[in-house]
Design a protein around this ligand. Structure first.
Ligand code: SAH
Length: 452
């Protein structure tokens, strides 16, 4: 093997120059990058090499010699090992700048001349998440809830998750204590044995309704009636308690089958004055306060006058579609998860919206068909998952040529790629607006408007 500038277990003093998109400090040794966990730009640290590859190395910080003025005291130690909040040691204003800078860097690399505006952040960047998916495992013979140690499936016990709605943390502990009381065996990944795999909790930020889903390896859970009775008595906000069966050896959290144990088979919440029903298998934005900010950006960007046809691709439970329907002639939503489309239809009638239709399907297939049928959209809204737009989707946009594309992105890398592809059809973007949906983490959400 060729000689690398550093070797495993070597210790050296370095100055951190940058942060990767994953939040690791970057130092250079004769141009060779060193990724130092937990170190911040401007800091001088002693780095212990944990892995040396041909083109780069990873290191652990063993000593902080000069701290960045942006360094803040992290929360509990076990918490820092989970990777739930990889930017928690960086002051919040610096986190917002980091996100803006990440988008700028990716745009520059893709040769896109687009202004990136300062990230819109939160006043209280903790306790914001409305959803938790908590693994349950045996730790030293005791049923335990917490989170995995980074890059592993070793469960670290945790009671305070800091970025979640504190009412969710409380509900998780309530469920954990009942599972302990009735001696329900926790799931064991090694041999796919045991009963309880995950506790999934959602809480409506505006409605204060709680939904709890117990994800189990079998429908046969001992003492289920007692557990339901005690939970409903202990949690007055409980609107829905469900059992979800997942008996496969998989990292996917929810199985396909769900049974209602108490209340409804959905949760209700409000966004921008409309009410939404959310099924356990449907996507719903996890930061409701910032979702309103994000959607408002998208609505303002669409600049609807009332006579437009709008396509909302990747429409989920119809939150963006229905927020736009009030200002447009017609909205067409397309979404791949059937439960979410069902929710979207119910949500339309719940809010007396008659000019929104929803189709189940892959956005790339349905969009291609719409383009072939000669359907024209004045505004195309897209809000794809991390992998961005499928090439067939982009091709269909080139055929339909909507006047405006409003792109809500949760991954600036695929956003840059997709904007570059849309430029080929004559679209340009002037600016990008990041909105911080995930404080303390490295995730970046943003809105871009493309016009012809
Ligand atoms: N706009 C919605 C949902 C955005 S999340 C909101 O703001 O709540 C992205 C959505 O895309 C998810 O609901 C996911 O189920 C859906 N999805 C993923 N791949 C898809 C595809 N190929 N075609 C259509 N929808 C897809």
């Amino acid at each position: 093997m060729a000689k690398t500038p550093v070797v495993k277990n070597q210790e050296l003093t370095v100055t951190i120059e940058d942060l990767t998109y994953e939040g690791m400090g970057v130092a250079k040794v004769d141009g060779y990058p060193l990724f130092v966990d937990g170190a911040l730009p401007g800091e001088k640290v002693v780095a212990h090499i944990t892995k040396a590859e041909k083109k780069f190395a990873f290191a652990r910080m063993t000593e902080l010699l000069e701290a960045s003025p942006d360094r803040v005291e992290p929360k509990a130690k076990a918490y820092a090992q989970t990777g739930i909040a990889p930017l928690q040691h960086l002051a919040y204003p610096a986190q917002l700048k980091f996100k803006q800078h990440q988008v700028e860097t990716l745009f520059q690399k893709a040769k896109l001349d687009i202004e990136v505006k300062p990230t819109l952040g939160m006043d209280q960047p903790f306790g914001y998440r409305n959803k938790a998916q908590i693994p349950v495992r045996m730790v030293n013979g005791v049923l335990t809830t917490g989170f995995y140690k980074r890059r592993s499936h070793d469960l670290l016990p945790l009671e305070d998750f800091y970025i979640q709605d504190p009412e969710i943390d409380k509900a998780v502990l309530m469920v954990r204590d009942l599972l302990r009381k009735y001696q329900i065996p926790a799931y064991n990944e090694a041999d796919n044995s045991g009963v309880i795999r995950h506790i999934v909790v959602r809480r409506g930020y505006f409605s204060h309704q709680l939904m709890i889903v117990l994800v189990t390896n079998t429908w046969a859970v001992d003492h289920l009636e007692d557990i339901v009775k005690e939970l409903t008595e202990a949690l007055p906000e409980l609107a829905s308690l469900m059992l979800n069966l997942n008996n496969r050896k998989t990292n996917v959290i929810l199985g396909k089958k769900t049974r209602t144990l108490f209340g409804h088979d959905y949760l209700e919440d409000q966004l921008l004055g409309s009410t939404f029903r959310i099924s356990p298998l449907s996507f719903y934005q996890v930061n409701p306060q910032q979702t309103e900010v994000l959607y408002q950006q998208a609505i303002d960007a669409a600049d609807l006058k009332g006579n437009e046809t709008v396509i909302d691709a990747y429409s989920g439970i119809g939150t963006i579609s229905l927020s736009m329907a009030k200002h447009a002639k017609r909205v067409l939503g397309v979404e791949v998860v059937p439960e979410a489309v069902h929710d979207a239809k119910v949500n339309a009638s719940l809010n007396s919206i008659k000019n929104a239709e929803f189709v189940v399907g892959k956005a790339e297939d349905v969009m291609t068909k719409w383009a072939e049928d000669g359907l024209h959209a004045d505004v195309l809204m897209v809000d794809p998952p991390r992998k961005g737009l499928a090439p067939e989707f982009t091709a269909a946009v080139g055929k339909m040529l909507p006047d405006k594309v409003v792109y809500v992105s949760c991954n600036p890398a695929t956003l840059a790629r997709d904007i570059a592809a849309l430029q080929e059809f004559g679209y340009t973007a002037k600016s990008n607006q990041p909105v911080d949906m995930f404080p303390q983490t490295t995730s970046i959400e943003s809105v871009t408007v493309l016009t012809k």
